[in-house]
Design a protein around this ligand. Structure first.
Ligand code: NAD
Ligand code: ZN
Length: 343
């Protein structure tokens, strides 16, 4: 099969002919239809410190995808050949305390599809049947490749009760954009999105943000005044990983505010904990998606009218992957999807 492979410990990804994976008794094989590019894939392409510590070579990359089941392992129940599916990318151990308690998103031994085992930038991928999510019918074609990052957004946003609250989202990358849409969908009042990228601020408006602002051009005071807000935000969703955004967020929170931290900083962020302590803030780290509560909740919201389609801004046939990665690097995009056929 054709696959996008990290072959050598240097910058690059290479389209190669490789053997498809072997289907174990508890696995399924999936014919990949659409796969979207994530920041993690850029790190693997670049072969930064994190990638060189984490990724075994050679590796088929890619973890955000949808496809159709083509083979069922001998022990698999409850799934069918031909079903349209998306896949939870964290393969959990099943024997640590959190796994045994049903909190699989907190597994301490999780292995990432397309990061530590072969992934989905390929015609076929083999995954544990337990990771498969059968998609609700009638979702637009390709949208399944956005369910992994939508799950990050939903996990973050639904960590807190947003009904009637004022929500600040820092970072209008694909995840921040979808989090803004989710916050509006579940009944937040004002949803303010910040980013330094004007293309993405425009998308934030399309996704339902009350206000989309560049924090280097507008002060917090101006934002609060424009919205008639006296005190500050109740809920913060940090989705940039930027130290400046974290500081903006902590300044913007009302006393008793609750903050979900999803963005991954590339360095240590100095934090004045006085602001956290005296304002009585709650900070919650978010990793991945809750298995599988997040998946059920996002499926129901999508069926109930949550519209995330504007987040797919570009599609390329897989063979044009170099152009697709260049668009992701430009930042003039949200989700960029690779189509894997069948042609
Ligand atoms: P992205 O990198 O596309 O988006 C981040 C956005 O933050 C960019 O649009 C950037 O312009 C913006 N930004 C930069 N400086 C800013 C500032 N000062 N104020 C406001 N915005 C600023 O990323 P994404 O794919 O949407 O992911 C969001 C973040 O979540 C990334 O940091 C990513 O690494 C992380 N992530 C975490 C998990 C998890 O499980 N915790 C999973 C996936 C991604
Ligand atoms: Zn575990």
């Amino acid at each position: 099969m054709r696959a996008l492979v990290k072959r050598r410990p240097e910058s690059g990804l290479w389209m190669e002919e490789v053997a498809a994976g072997v289907v174990g008794p508890n696995d399924v094989m999936i014919r990949v239809r659409a796969a979207s590019i994530c920041g993690t894939d850029l790190h693997i392409w670049d072969w930064n410190d994190w990638a060189s510590r984490t990724v075994p070579l050679p590796l088929v990359v890619g973890h955000e995808f949808e496809g159709v089941i083509t083979v069922l392992g001998a022990e698999v129940n409850g799934l069918a050949v031909g079903s349209r599916v998306a896949v939870e990318g964290h393969v959990t151990c099943g024997h640590c305390r959190n796994c045994r308690a049903g909190r699989r998103h907190l597994c301490r031994n999780a292995v990432g599809i397309g990061v530590q085992r072969d992934g989905a930038f390929a015609e076929y991928v083999v995954v544990p049947a337990a990771n498969v999510y059968v998609m609700p019918p009638d979702l637009p074609e390709g949208l399944g490749s956005c369910l992994d990052p939508l799950g990050n957004a939903v996990h973050s946003a639904l960590s807190f009760d947003l009904v009637g609250e004022d929500v600040l989202v820092t970072g209008a990358g694909p995840i921040g954009l979808m989090a803004a849409a989710v916050a509006r969908f579940v009944g937040a009042r004002h949803v303010v999105v910040t980013d330094v990228n004007s293309y993405r601020l425009e998308l934030a408006r399309r996704m339902g943000a009350t206000l989309a602002v560049d924090p280097t051009a507008s002060s917090l005071g101006e934002v609060l005044e424009r919205l008639g807000m006296a005190e500050g935000f109740d809920i913060g969703l940090e989705m940039s990983g930027s130290p400046a955004a974290v500081h903006w967020m902590l300044d913007a929170m009302n006393h008793g505010g609750r903050v979900a931290l999803l963005g991954i900083p590339d360095r240590e962020i100095p934090v004045d904990f006085d602001r956290v302590i005296f304002r009585g803030l709650t900070l919650k780290g978010i990793y991945g998606r809750e298995m599988f509560e997040t998946w059920y909740r996002m499926g129901v919201m999508l069926q109930g009218g949550l519209d995330i389609t504007p987040v797919i801004t570009h599609r390329f046939p897989a063979a044009r992957f170099e152009e697709a990665f260049a668009v992701v690097r430009s930042g003039q995009c949200a989700k960029v999807v690779l189509d894997w056929g069948p042609e």
